[in-house]
Design a protein around this ligand. Structure first.
Ligand code: NAD
Length: 497
């Protein structure tokens, strides 16, 4: 019988107050039930926020290096359970084991980084303009953090948010995507085993419009860290702005790989296959557009098409599978609709283009890796995020036009250029409008200790990863210590008249 999972609120594993549940099934085999989970509502959120608020009183006083020690244990536990967690993740969201192992490793790297940050969390000391006076700016925790995450990186993305939030002394209410609640539950179990006290971490399963919204609206939630679609991100931003909550939004992408006429084509080919079809194209950083210099358009397009046709679709748990299923039925339908829209707009179907139903695929949400050629920049398949295994190929007359097409999008997350010309590589770094630019490597491949995020409608200017996320999860407090024993007036007594 499939496992029954629960929420974790105020130090206890509990059902949703309503008693309602939802199912989570394996997208590679919908007969396999991963588990049932609480379908929570506002009442459950209420309890979780109350617990997190209370726990903040004590957690904020735990020295940051001690919180860092717990993070080190989290890293150790994740390491020892890496294979088990990777298998669980593949079972619930479909990407191949090679990738789910990488997803867990990103969590491990993030834990050790957070652990080391416990002994830094640097502030500033700055000279005062007055004698016998000491000035400093220090970081302080903010309060209760709502963490709302998508399903495509079920371990990495929650750890990017939860580990720094906790390390900085905030308490957390975590609402994971309902396609990946099992991996999220494992993460909470690991945090508890490592020593996170009751109330400091809480998990509430359920839908975005019930649990997610209730968290964003809650007056006792101080900050919201959200990763997901741009449309939901905009709604969250509007609601949160009413109470001036701090909000970090990591949203959609329409990332391009540019291939110039002087590129190393074999390398560029490997890059585009990995970028476009890794995670079945369901990455915020997925290569969704391939922009090729016109003089090598036919040659490189045909290389891409023949390699795409050789990719092996299959259950991610089985060795030999290159590409797993779409995460669910709805996602596969969206992908198919876009392929039809593209063709109706004049794009040429060069590979794939339909549900895959061959051997071992008939009970999963598999879609053939798809290449659309002769795409122009105005087509919807060149502008809208598809979030599936579809690559739109666009021709560019020159380097300048390639950059212009690359920038002709409302999104701005990742980007890539393959060229051997060092001047063009640096021009691309200067001129591409994106949070991330790769030179001679694909649009995917973020490292945990580097800032991660995008420009334009990909976000609201915050960054995850590395040192930058610690700015989001702390407030600056400016402190003046006057040890002169007299009243000293800034801007008045410090100026000779
Ligand atoms: P989604 O926006 O549908 O859902 C994300 C999370 O928000 C889920 O937990 C969901 O339950 C919750 N949610 C949904 N509606 C809500 C609402 N009205 N209020 C509050 N919460 C709500 O996105 P998804 O389908 O889970 O993920 C795919 C999207 O995420 C893509 O657009 C992708 O580009 C984006 N993404 C971005 C990044 C990044 O770092 N920029 C990383 C991964 C995924």
């Amino acid at each position: 019988m499939a496992k029954k999972f629960q929420n974790y609120i105020n130090g206890k594993w509990v059902d949703a107050k309503s008693g309602r549940t939802f199912e989570n099934r394996n997208p590679a085999n919908w007969d396999e039930l991963v588990g049932t989970f609480p379908l929570s509502s506002k009442e459950d959120v209420e309890e979780a926020v109350k617990a997190a608020r209370k726990a903040f009183d004590t957690w904020r006083l735990v020295p940051a290096p001690r919180r860092g020690d717990i993070m080190r244990k989290v890293g150790d536990l994740l390491t020892s359970r890496k294979e088990e967690v990777a298998q669980q993740m593949t079972r619930e969201m479909g990407k191949v084991l090679l990738e789910t192992r990488g997803d867990v490793q990103e969590g491990i790297d993030t834990a050790y980084y957070a652990s080391s940050e416990g002994r830094r969390l640097f502030g500033h000391t700055v000279p005062s303009e007055l004698p016998s006076k000491f000035n400093m700016a220090i970081r302080v925790p903010i309060g209760v953090a709502a963490i709302i995450t998508p399903w495509n990186f079920p371990m990495a993305i929650p750890t990017w948010k939860i580990f720094p939030a906790l390390l900085c002394g905030n308490t957390v209410v975590f609402k994971p995507a309902s396609d990946t609640p099992a991996t999220a539950t494992t993460l909470v179990e690991i945090l508890l085993e490592a020593g996170i006290p009751p109330g400091v971490i809480n998990i509430v399963h359920g839908g975005g419009t019930e649990v997610g919204i209730a968290l964003v609206e809650h007056p006792e939630v101080d900050l919201v860290s959200f990763t997901g679609s741009t449309s939901v991100g905009k709604k969250i931003s509007e609601i949160a702005s009413r109470s001036l909550k701090r909000v970090s939004l990591e949203l959609g992408g329409k990332n391009a790989q540019i291939v110039m006429d002087d590129a190393d084509f074999d390398l560029a080919l490997e890059g585009v296959l990995w970028g476009a079809f890794g995670t079945t194209g369901q990455r915020c950083t997925a290569t969704s557009r391939l922009i090729i210099h016109e003089s090598v358009y036919d040659k490189f397009t045909s290389m891409v098409v023949s390699a795409t046709k050789k990719l092996r679709l299959g259950d991610g748990l089985k060795s030999g599978s290159d590409v797993g299923p779409c995460v669910n039925e709805k996602q596969r339908q969206i992908v198919d609709e876009y392929v039809k829209i593209g063709q109706a707009e004049g794009a040429k179907l060069l590979a794939g283009g339909k549900d895959a139903t061959g051997d071992g695929l008939s009970k999963g949400w598999f879609y053939e890796p798809t290449v659309l050629g002769d795409v122009t920049r105005t087509m919807r398949v060149a502008r809208e995020e598809i979030f599936g295994p579809v690559l739109s190929v666009i021709k560019a007359k020159s380097f300048e036009e390639a950059i212009d097409i690359c920038n002709d999008t409302t999104y701005g997350l990742s980007s890539s250029i393959y060229t051997q010309d060092i001047n063009n590589a640096y021009r691309a770094i200067r001129d591409i409008e994106a949070g991330i630019t790769y030179i001679n490597s694909p649009t995917i491949g973020a490292e945990a200790h580097m800032p991660f995020g995008g420009v334009k409608e990909t976000g609201n200017g915050h960054r995850e990863g590395g040192w930058t996320v610690y700015d989001f999860f702390t407030e600056w407090k400016t402190v003046y210590v006057d040890y002169s024993g007299t009243l000293q007036r800034a801007q008045i007594d410090s100026v000779d008249r």
